[in-house]
Design a protein around this ligand. Structure first.
Ligand SMILES: Nc1ncnc2c1ncn2[C@@H]1O[C@H](COP(=O)(O)OP(=O)(O)O)[C@@H](O)[C@H]1O
Ligand SMILES: [Mg+2]
Length: 452
């Protein structure tokens, strides 16, 4: 397939081909925006409670798009080329690129507003409706700029060689716009949207579960991961996956490599081998900050709050990858209402808090980053049983609110009791996996980790 593109297709048709792909993707997006507006109309005029699954599938699709465009450290080839050849378009391209990043955050906010709207119906409709309108307007504008300015400019300034390179990006499976694998994923998402769209809006009207299935789509995938400190290999061929909506626990003795694995997921510990991806996006080369803005947020072992800073400042630091503003302020209020003790002690230094309070602060700080996958490293360590109970209760609440949790614990019994699925790690290898219940009743686990 690649050879044919490279050797026999004339350059002229390559430019048409590349533009054709972009326009087709945009058309797909236009149709989805139209659908969103119809559904919105239905909600407002006919007082129909929105279909959470359908909306979330639509959000998956749009978010996937912006994820992809920003999945590589380099921008999409087309932007790069236009930027080189036509520097005056730089500010516009910057703006469009930022739009993808902001879009990603906005969709997460839309998901929250949607969930609140569905749960509290009809309360919350107003807020969801407004945010949705702002979002679709911004998206329409974005596409128009791309089609009206970027592509015409590209047609003017790019050479046949540029177009050849742009078209060639198709052969790289993961290219955000042209890669075959990526387009396959978009097709699948569009297929789901069409399936779930009611017949009166031109869809297939397929029935589906009322909420997103528990074991949703694969969120994090870890394949054949090997990692070392210097010469010493501590993780050997780790394979593990986490589906969206799950609580997955990783249990194992001190020194097994649990923290190392979490650091590898956060991007703080390099891989020697293997592959990690998050929602289909390759993580291997993604920076720590980018992972955080994608929603991978870690609560480190031993809390590690900034002891000399106030509680409030610790929390604010959790939002460091986000734009400071009223939304961060709102999230701070949300953390305070979840942890009233933190509000009460907002002016105290973090170092003045008790261990349990510091753990709440560490979790609160992570929440300020709007996690989608929360990585918790031994949150129960060193805490009194009563507080451990409290912390585990909070973790359960977080998953009920849609946050996916990867919980690392030496405290195996409670961690497995809480978990949908679990893994047992021994000296850097996964030796057992199963549902939380299976592992709890496993002979070996009972003997080694539960002292039974
Ligand atoms: N910074 C480091 N340098 C060298 N070895 C380390 C470092 N951190 C951890 N190790 C070693 O790696 C292994 C796994 O450690 P770790 O991931 O902290 O395990 P766990 O979190 O399961 O207790 C242990 O043998 C530990 O001694
Ligand atoms: Mg550890």
């Amino acid at each position: 397939m690649s050879e044919q593109n490279q050797t026999t297709t004339p350059a002229r048709s390559r430019s048409e081909q590349a533009v054709g792909i972009i326009i087709r993707e945009h058309q797909g997006l236009w149709r989805v925006i139209d659908l969103v507006e119809q559904l919105q109309q239905d909600m407002n005029v006919n007082s129909q409670r929105p279909d959470e699954v359908l909306f979330n599938t639509i959000f998956d699709y749009i978010q996937h798009f912006s994820n992809r465009v920003h999945s590589q450290p380099t921008e999409i080839v087309l932007y790069k080329k236009v930027r080189e050849k036509s520097p005056e378009t730089g500010p516009l391209l910057d703006k469009l690129e930022r739009g993808y990043v902001i879009g990603h955050q906005k969709i997460n906010e839309l998901r929250e507003l949607l969930s609140a709207c569905v749960k509290g119906w009809p309360d919350g409709r107003e807020a969801f409706n407004h945010a949705l309108t702002r979002f679709t307007q911004a998206l329409r504008k974005h596409i128009k700029k791309e089609e009206g300015v970027v592509i015409p400019r590209a047609k003017e300034v790019l050479t046949e060689e540029d177009w050849r390179q742009i078209a060639e990006a198709r052969d790289q499976q993961n290219d955000p716009l042209f890669g075959d694998r990526v387009r396959e994923e978009f097709r699948e998402l569009r297929h789901q949207i069409v399936s779930y769209t009611p017949e009166r809006f031109g869809g297939l009207g397929l029935s589906h579960p009322a909420s997103k299935p528990e074991t949703g789509t694969e969120m994090l995938s870890i394949e054949g991961v090997v990692s070392s400190y210097g010469q010493i290999e501590v993780l050997h061929d780790i394979n593990l996956k986490i589906n969206s909506g799950e609580i997955v626990s990783l249990v194992g003795a001190n020194g097994a490599g649990k923290s190392t694995l979490l650091m590898a997921i956060s991007g703080l510990q390099p891989l020697d081998k293997g592959q990690m991806s998050f929602e289909g996006e390759n993580l291997n080369k993604m920076s720590v900050d980018k992972r955080v803005s994608r929603g991978i947020v870690q609560v480190p072992e031993g809390r590690q709050v900034f002891k000399d800073l106030s509680v409030r400042d610790n929390l604010r630091l959790g939002a460091y990858t986000r734009k400071q503003g009223p939304e961060v302020q709102r999230d701070l209020q949300k953390v305070y209402s979840r942890f009233p003790i933190l509000e009460q002690k907002q002016d105290n230094l973090a170092g003045e808090l008790s261990g349990g309070q510091q753990q709440m602060l560490a979790i609160g700080r992570a929440l300020m980053a709007r996690p989608r996958l929360l990585l918790l490293d031994e949150p129960s360590m060193g805490l009194a049983p009563l507080i451990v109970e409290e912390i585990f209760g909070i973790i359960r609440e977080l998953t009920e609110e849609g946050i996916t949790v990867f919980l690392v614990e030496q405290n195996a019994s409670q961690a497995l009791a809480l978990a949908d699925r679990g893994y047992v790690l021994e000296t850097g290898r996964v030796v057992l996996e199963g549902t939380g219940r299976e592992l709890l009743s496993n002979e070996k686990v009972r003997e080694a980790y539960l002292g039974m």
